[in-house]
Design a protein around this ligand. Sequence first.
Ligand SMILES: Cc1ncc(COP(=O)(O)O)c(C=O)c1O
Length: 386
Amino acid sequence: MTSALPSLLISIPEGVLDLGWGHPSPDLHPTEALRIASERVLSQQSAVPLQYGAVQGFGPLLEALADFLSSQDAYGNQPVDPGSLFLTAGASQGIDLATTICAQSGDTVFVEEPTYYLIGRIFLDHGLNVVGIPTDANGLDTEALEAMLRDGHRPRLLYVIPAYQNPTGATLSPDRRRKLVQLAQEYGFTILADEVYQLLHYGPPPPPPLATMDDTEEGSVVSLGSFSKILAPGLRLGWVHASPDIVQRFVDSGVAASGGGLSHFAAAMAQATLEMGLLQKNVAELRRVYATRRDAVSRLLTTDLAGHVDFNQPDGGYFFWLTLLDGKDADGLLPTAQEAGVSYRPGTAFSSVGGFRDSLRVSFSLYEVGDLAEALSRLGQVIRSG
Ligand SMILES: Cc1ncc(COP(=O)(O)O)c(C=O)c1O
């Protein structure tokens, strides 16, 4: 299958090990599990997966997903009601739709500083003003947030990545989670909690999703999960987890009314993987492999780059956030790094105000341990002599 046009979102130049992308490596795609699932979906003599789907999402997946999430340590082993879920075409699409539903052009959205570097594009598409809030090792600084609210700032939305943040790897502490939800209820903004890494923990689980702390009828929290990080991003499938009122607003959206449930066929595939226990196995395998990679990177940073970078080891997710010592500049070093056959995402990409010149994000999702070792050896040489 060749074409002059690209097939994938990214292409990495020959000879470069690019640590800048948070994509799974090809060997981690569960091709065989999805082949088995597709046979089941298409051999059941039912045209249901090929028809327009129910607006909230494919019912059997809503139920299977609710059961699956209820059994997860990362969901506090608390029951998840299928009525609190809405299927999306991935977290990005869910955030776009949440923005359509909850905000209008000219509104303000608060984001973490630093935050996921592509999220600003979605908010700019909607004409929102994007304002950064400081973070530290425990995630979003809720005291700084409260001070801004007291000063009269009135965001319509607050976008946060509470578990294994992209890019810092930090996890929002339980106290701050409580405070954040309380502030949302008091000041009337909606929290978009992007929890795509929630299930990728390499030790004890993170606190449960933010939506589980939202006990009001109308709801202040939209938690977003994704099959991209636990099955395959090409499926374009995720979920919203929120109060029944918020779920109803998604169900009432024009896009669902016209096109039916989002990613309906992919939902049938995901349901088959859950029914056959394949998704559960895949999550366990991903945790095992990523933990090995995370440990390898941590070791290499401690040996090869000791005295040159500061970092905290992430407990889950895909990313290390490195701070260069001695006033070095990650943007400035990038061309030299690329010449040396390694790349990364400089800190400035994650800032709404061009901050974090001394920082960079390194992802361990795309390469196996051998390539990660080679990439970090190249990076080490560049940083040491930079
Ligand atoms: C924080 C964060 N949110 C969303 C996404 C994209 O999620 P999806 O594939 O479900 O749209 C990513 C992917 O890298 C991410 O890191």
